[in-house]
Design a protein around this ligand. Structure first.
Ligand code: DAT
Ligand code: MG
Length: 137
């Protein structure tokens, strides 16, 4: 067993569309444990820290603006290999091509170029998880 913790965010589109409960149901059905959960309205400084790896990319500013458009639900999630497991539940980044059965594949809409509106975030490595959990909690 490799019990890990990860940061999951239900992003502003997921919260605004009333999908928080449906997303949490999938997480709980998988057997992961909610260790902590909070509604956060992040400021630019928090988001700059969270998305530091993407600074300078063409989608960076629209991403930050979108993430400031409303609250996100931040979740400290624990479970066996939860970092990889949650990203598998979430599906690939672009909702248009994310597989059916995944959160992004089932709920993500084709919003034109707005790939950032893909409902959820999940940390991509143990190092990212520890860093991001420290930012949001
Ligand atoms: P992920 O959220 O799947 O880990 P990422 O870390 O590469 O993806 O990017 C962070 C977020 O930035 C992603 O959830 C949506 C947005 N994004 C990534 N690539 C994009 C692109 N090519 N165009 C627009 N937004 C993008
Ligand atoms: Mg990422």
């Amino acid at each position: 067993m490799a019990i890990e913790e990860t940061l999951v965010l239900v992003k502003p589109d997921g919260v605004a569309r009333g999908l928080t409960g449906a997303i949490l149901a999938r997480i709980e059905a998988k057997g992961y444990s909610l260790v902590d959960i909070r509604l956060v309205e992040p400021d630019r400084d928090l988001l700059a820290a969270h998305y530091a790896e993407h600074e300078g990319k063409p989608f960076y500013e629209p991403l930050i603006e979108f993430m400031m458009s409303g609250p996100s639900v931040a979740i400290r999630l624990a479970g066996n290999r939860v970092i990889e497991g949650f990203r598998s539940l979430a599906g690939t980044t672009d909702p248009t091509s994310a597989a059916p059965g995944t959160i992004r594949g089932d709920f993500g809409r084709d919003w034109g170029l707005k790939v950032q509106q893909n409902l959820v975030h999940g940390s991509d490595s143990p190092e990212s998880a520890q860093r991001e959990l420290g930012i949001w909690f």
